[in-house]
Design a protein around this ligand. Structure first.
Ligand code: SF4
Length: 310
C-alpha cells in the first residue's frame, strides 16, 4: 500500500472511531454523520450507492417508516457495547472496505486473480454435541487445524486484502485458542457460528473484550423442534447463550438448519417473534445437506419446502 493509501486509511480509522464514540445511546442522531463518513471513505461505486440509498432513507422518513435493515442497524448500535461498536465498525468499514479493497485490487492487477472479500475457516470439526445427521462425531482432536496454520492463513489472507473471516465447525468454542486467535488478529472482523451451549457469561464477557466478533447461534425452532435433532435441554442452553451475549453487549443473530421436519416452523411468526424478542439482529437459514458418515438424506427439505422458503 502506498503512503497516500496508508495515510488515508489511518485518517479514516481515526474518524470512524470518533463518530462511533458519538453514536453511543443516540444512534439516530449520529448515524447520518457515520454514513457521510462511510460515503467519503468508500472506494467503489456500488458501496457508495448503498450508502447513499440508506442515507436517503434517513433524510426522508422517521424511524418507524425506515426499511427493516436500517431499523436493525439502529437496534444493533444500541445493543452493542461501545468496544464492539468501535472494533467491528472499524474492521468492517476501514480495514475490509477501504484498506482491504485497495489490496484486493492490487492483487487482481499484479497477480491476475481476485481474492475473495470473506474467508471461511473451520478451526475444528469436533463438537460437544451429537446432533442427528451431523458429521462432527467422525472427527478427532488430531484433525484440528494447528494454531500456527490458522495464524499463518489469517496473516496471508490480510496480505491479500481479506479482513472478514467466518469461523465454522464443528463447534469453534471447543477450542480455547480460537479466542486467542481472534485477539491476535484484532484488525479482522470475525463472525463465529456456534451451537451456543458454551457461551457462558465468562465467554460472552471475553468476546465483548475482544470486540471484533459477531456471533450466530444455532436455533432450529422452538424447544421441541430444536431438541428433537440436537438433544434434550439444548434449546434452553442455546437461549441462555443468547442472553449472555446480550448482557455483555456482543452482537448476535440466529442460524437455522432447515430440514424436512422443521421447514414450516422456522418461518412461522411465533418463531421469528421469539428470536426478535431475544435480541437477534440477523438470521441465516441453511438447508440440511447429507454429508459424511451417518448422514440422513430423508432430512433434506422437499422441493416444495424449498420453494416456500424463497
Ligand atoms: S452443533 Fe452443529 S456441529 Fe455440533 S453436532 Fe450439532 S450440527 Fe454438528
Amino acid at each position: 500500500m502506498g503512503t497516500v493509501d496508508t495515510l488515508r486509511q489511518k485518517t479514516a480509522a481515526y474518524a470512524v472511531k470518533e463518530v462511533v464514540r458519538l453514536l453511543g445511546d443516540e444512534p439516530e442522531k449520529h448515524l447520518k454523520g457515520l454514513l457521510d463518513l462511510a460515503g467519503l471513505i468508500a472506494v467503489t461505486e456500488d458501496h457508495k450507492q448503498v450508502i447513499s440509498t440508506v442515507r436517503g432513507y434517513l433524510d426522508q422518513t422517521g424511524e418507524a417508516q425506515m426499511p427493516a435493515p436500517v431499523r436493525t442497524l439502529m437496534r444493533a448500535l444500541k445493543q452493542m457495547s461501545p468496544n464492539c461498536r468501535e472494533k467491528l465498525l472499524v474492521d468492517a468499514l476501514v480495514n475490509s472496505t477501504l484498506q482491504g479493497r485497495v489490496k484486493r485490487d492490487a492483487v487482481t492487477r499484479d497477480q491476475g486473480f481476485r481474492p475473495p472479500t470473506i474467508m471461511l475457516m473451520s478451526p475444528t470439526m469436533r463438537c460437544n454435541l451429537a446432533c442427528s445427521g451431523c458429521y462432527a462425531s467422525n472427527y478427532k482432536k488430531s484433525d484440528d487445524l494447528p494454531y500456527s496454520v490458522m495464524d499463518r492463513v489469517l496473516t496471508e489472507g490480510k496480505e491479500l486484502g481479506i479482513y472478514e473471516v467466518i469461523l465454522l465447525g464443528g463447534e469453534p468454542l471447543v477450542r480455547h485458542d480460537v479466542l486467542d486467535l481472534i485477539e491476535k488478529h484484532d484488525d479482522v472482523a470475525f463472525m463465529m457460528f456456534t451451537n451456543g451451549t458454551l457461551l457462558t457469561p465468562a465467554v460472552a464477557s471475553r468476546l465483548e473484550q475482544l470486540g471484533n466478533v459477531a456471533v450466530s447461534v444455532s436455533i432450529d425452532g422452538l424447544a421441541e423442534a430444536h431438541d428433537h435433532r440436537r438433544g434434550e435441554g439444548i434449546f434452553d442452553r442455546a437461549v441462555e447463550g443468547l442472553r449472555n451475549l446480550r448482557a455483555a453487549g456482543v452482537p448476535y443473530g440466529f442460524s437455522t438448519m432447515v430440514t424436512r421436519n422443521n421447514a414450516e416452523d422456522v418461518i412461522a411468526e411465533e418463531f421469528i417473534d421469539f428470536l426478535l424478542d431475544e435480541g437477534c439482529l440477523w438470521g441465516w437459514h441453511f438447508l440440511y445437506m447429507p454429508v459424511g458418515e451417518g448422514a440422513d438424506p430423508s432430512l433434506m427439505s422437499t422441493p416444495e419446502q424449498r420453494e416456500m422458503l424463497r
